[in-house]
Ligand binder design. Structure first.
Ligand SMILES: [Zn+2]
Length: 432
């Protein structure tokens, strides 16, 4: 069963699961942050006031009935007034998340809104974003200021001046996905600005990206699920969930494929919360055709071409971790000659222009080799390949750690890379 099933789980259970996820991922403190769900009766289920977010259980969740009656063991969140105000002005919003995650608070205190054109998915998922002026926490006045940003607009997220952020969703998974994506987008921009100046995509470029979703996928009618195929499904799920735990993927991004036999492979789908992916979500591609009624990742054609042209590659990961994407969005050279481990695992990582990952373009499949196992795609992703999936994942971890060290090192002083002679000695000893 999924960890979060917004159709079948009681709102109390959903809220408990999501608040605990937000807390574990460092996106709220024990005291800050609150979540609510409006059910089909119009009753609002909300987190309690002043209860430890790390140990919250279903019994702690409060129900505020449509007539205002409060049912539960505690007082509802002190921020309940603005949750209610959002539901009142936007009936299609059924879940609200408020928190003080560090990167979005950075935007809040410099009075700015993250530009989600930095990576394509961020714009699609976050939608338009408002900015609400400061108000006393818990006050009706703050509720009015926030509701004014939601009323009569398409805004699904609002940055709150000198406070934090609040986001709505059609259900709690939708709100959580938006929250996580916006925070990671903010982290990417902050990291990019530490090393340079981020470049943003045009709306036309993002539309072109969206049109890559395959609509007319060729299907295999007769699909069998052999034991080795099922094993790969589980392996992919384990790695995707692990990548989410390590901050390398989030709900809305991260693609993994593994070669099954010949040029057939298994790949993740779009629009599934990566941290909650299940073996049955994975899509089998055999003879270039997908299994019935499933949509493979929009990059499936690229994976197919990579497997066809590179017999040594047996697994591929594409994702957008916030330190690697600092390099992917600024055009600053990602120089992996930092420590021996980084160079040995990655050698040189070229950065290619946005669009080379689209269907039919052979740039990436032809560029990849034993000595170029990974590439950065501008404003899109880091693509890494390898033999076994764990090896590919290890490379991804090494790459994000290297990028993090470089970003963190930038304010410290000039970077001294390992020199050519030292690189040649490493090549001889480890790759020769
Ligand atoms: Zn707050």
């Amino acid at each position: 069963m999924k960890q979060l099933d917004v159709k079948m789980m009681h709102p109390k259970v959903q809220i408990t699961k999501v608040i605990s996820r937000i807390y574990k991922n460092g996106m709220t403190t024990t005291s800050g942050g609150n979540i609510s769900i409006k059910d089909e009766n119009g009753d609002i289920w909300v987190t309690p006031s002043a209860i430890d977010k790390g140990t919250l259980t279903e019994k702690d969740i409060i129900c505020v009935k449509k007539d205002g009656t409060i049912i539960g063991n505690h007082k509802p969140s002190s921020e309940f007034p603005f949750h209610k105000a959002i539901y009142d002005v936007r009936p299609e919003i059924k879940a609200v998340i408020h928190a003080h995650p560090p990167a979005l608070v950075s935007f809040s205190i410099v009075r700015d809104i993250p530009d989600t054109n930095v990576i394509p998915q961020a714009k699609e998922i976050c939608g338009s974003i408002g900015y609400a002026p400061y108000g006393m926490p818990g006050s009706e006045e703050l509720g009015e200021k926030i509701a004014a940003q939601f009323k009569g607009s398409n805004n699904m997220a609002v940055i709150m001046e000198n406070h934090g952020t609040v986001l709505g969703g059609s259900d709690l998974l939708d709100a959580y996905t938006r929250f996580e994506t916006l925070e990671f987008c903010a982290r990417t921009i902050i990291n990019a600005k530490t090393i340079g100046e981020p470049v943003y995509l045009t709306d036309a470029q993002i539309e072109k990206f969206e049109s890559q979703v395959p609509h007319d996928i060729a299907r295999n009618e007769d699909v069998s699920y052999q034991s080795d195929e099922r094993e790969i499904r589980q392996e992919i799920c384990n790695i995707v969930r692990r990548a989410c735990d390590q901050g390398l993927m989030i709900s809305s991004y991260g693609t993994v494929s593994v070669r099954w036999k010949d040029n057939d492979f298994l790949i993740t789908p779009p629009h599934v919360a990566r941290w909650d992916i299940m073996p049955e979500d994975i899509v089998q591609i055999q003879g270039g055709k997908a299994e019935p009624e499933k949509t493979p990742s929009r990059s499936a054609a690229l994976h197919q071409k990579i497997y066809e042209l590179n017999p040594h590659i047996n697994s591929i990961i594409l994702t957008q971790p916030p330190y690697l994407m600092a390099y992917g969005t600024t055009g600053v050279k990602f120089d992996v000659r930092t420590i021996p481990e980084s160079w040995i695992f990655l050698q040189d990582v070229p950065c290619l222009p946005f669009g080379v990952h689209f269907k039919g373009d052979k740039t990436i499949p032809e560029l990849l080799s034993e000595s170029v196992p990974s590439v950065l795609i501008a404003n899109d992703s880091f693509l890494v390949t390898g033999d076994k999936l764990l090896q590919t994942f290890d490379r991804l971890e090494v790459a994000e750690f290297s990028a993090k060290s470089l970003v963190m090192g930038a304010p410290l002083g000039k970077l001294f890379p390992i020199n050519d002679e030292q690189v040649e000695a490493l090549r001889e000893k480890f790759l020769g």
